[in-house]
Design a protein around this ligand. Structure first.
Ligand code: SOE
Length: 394
């Protein structure tokens, strides 16, 4: 069978997902063929250029028409968060499998409606998945496997941070990611969502309560031209006039996991010198594991059960055929990069569709992250009071 894909959106995430759709069928033995059928965007010329550049067979400007087509099987949504709910629900109701970029939505209400639509669709064999792609960096998947195996023992504390610095320059324009109406929130939802999901994924525990503080450091920024959203890969041409930043630049929060362990979270676009620094360290009563996205082909492992004179963190190279996803790529020892997670996401979605199973992260897991995001905002509004998240179960 051939699965025909329509991708809605064509910014930075459009590029990353296109790489995934292109590479996965070439490097992995997928159970079904994949065809990059149509890419959709509002600007006819720009979306036609994206189709040409990334290898989509067609381009189109009306996502509703595309979703109604009988020859489309999968809808991949990479638009800003404010349109995720409308497009995803329409696609699921039309019987299309859906992949939606993180965070699932801009609000808990939207995420709940999407999760309901996904459950209705699942009853008819329609699959849905959220694009928390970092789960599929082989070292992160392996870290999860090791924690589940009991290698660190009982998880007692987690440190998770996602630090970028692309907003330190006050001339960086007011792109959609800095506008609440489009993005829902700022650093919190964009990159904080990744570390919440990763924490829940690797520990198997929900974040049940949070206490947080959020701040906007540069409150006004140069406006973009009328109708321009500003993709991260092409931010330029800002006007003289300034507009209000309506989201957070920094979100610091503490979380309490279901088993009682504490987590410190930091999501910031103001970590001068830190470009894409996602780090997580899981400490248990028998050992610890740490991951750093800027050194993504390895893990740091501390074995607390080793003889005292041989203890200390050691580096595990996650580059071998036994490690998740790696057998399909290069000979042992050859490393992967940022883009490979997007191929692994395609592999797992296509496999789940073929097998008739539900891929992870499900919309329910996306909703769980959304509830944590919402609780952090409420906590920050109430002088960092502890707020329960109602994150549900994983
Ligand atoms: C921007 O902060 C961003 O592109 C995120 O939106 C992505 O999810 C992450 O992969 C890289 O940084």
């Amino acid at each position: 069978m051939t699965l025909r894909v329509a991708m809605i959106g064509y910014g930075f995430m459009g590029a990353t997902h296109s790489v995934g759709w292109r590479q996965a069928p070439r490097m992995f033995d997928l159970p079904d063929a994949v065809e990059m059928a149509v890419i959709v965007g509002r600007n006819e010329d720009a979306v036609a250029a994206a189709a040409e550049k990334w290898g989509w067979a067609e381009s189109a400007t009306d996502w509703r028409e595309v979703i109604a087509r009988d020859d489309i099987d999968i809808v991949d949504i990479v638009t800003p968060g404010d349109s995720h709910a409308e497009i995803a629900i329409a696609a699921l109701d039309a019987g299309k499998h859906v992949l939606v970029e993180k965070p699932l939505a801009n609000s808990v209400a939207e995420a709940e409606a999407m999760t309901d639509a996904a459950a209705r669709a699942a009853a008819n064999g329609v699959r849905s998945m959220v694009g928390f792609t970092y789960r599929r960096v082989p070292a992160v998947t392996f870290l999860r496997d090791l924690v589940a195996e009991g290698v660190v023992g009982t998880v007692q504390q987690v440190r998770a941070a996602y630090r970028q610095d692309w907003l330190v320059d006050p001339q960086m324009p007011l792109a959609w990611r800095l506008q609440k109406e489009h993005a829902g929130s700022g650093a919190l939802g964009d990159i904080g969502a990744h570390i919440i999901d990763m924490t829940q994924f690797v520990t198997g525990q929900t974040v049940d309560a949070v206490s947080g503080t959020m701040d906007t450091i540069v409150k006004e920024r140069p406006m973009l031209g009328a109708g321009e959203l500003g993709s991260l890969s092409s931010l330029k041409g800002a006007a003289e006039s300034l507009g209000q930043v309506t989201v957070d630049d920094v979100a610091l929060f503490t979380g309490r996991l279901a088993n009682g362990a504490l987590v410190s979270f930091e999501a910031t676009r103001f970590a001068t010198g830190r470009k894409n620094a996602l780090t997580i360290e899981v400490s248990g009563d028998k050992g610890a594991l740490a991951f750093d996205l800027e050194d993504l082909n390895s893990l740091q492992f501390y074995d607390g059960t080793a003889p005292e004179d041989r203890q200390g963190f050691t580096k595990i190279l996650v580059t071998e055929a036994q490690h998740p996803y790696l057998a399909a790529w290069w000979p042992a020892g050859h490393m992967l990069g940022y883009e490979h997670g997007f191929s692994h996401q395609v592999v797992d979605l296509v496999t789940a569709i073929h097998e008739g199973s539900d891929p992870h992260p499900s919309f329910a897991e996306g909703l769980s992250v959304q509830r944590v995001l919402d609780a952090v905002e409420r906590s920050s509004e109430h002088e960092s009071a502890w707020v329960r998240t109602d994150a549900g179960s994983l």
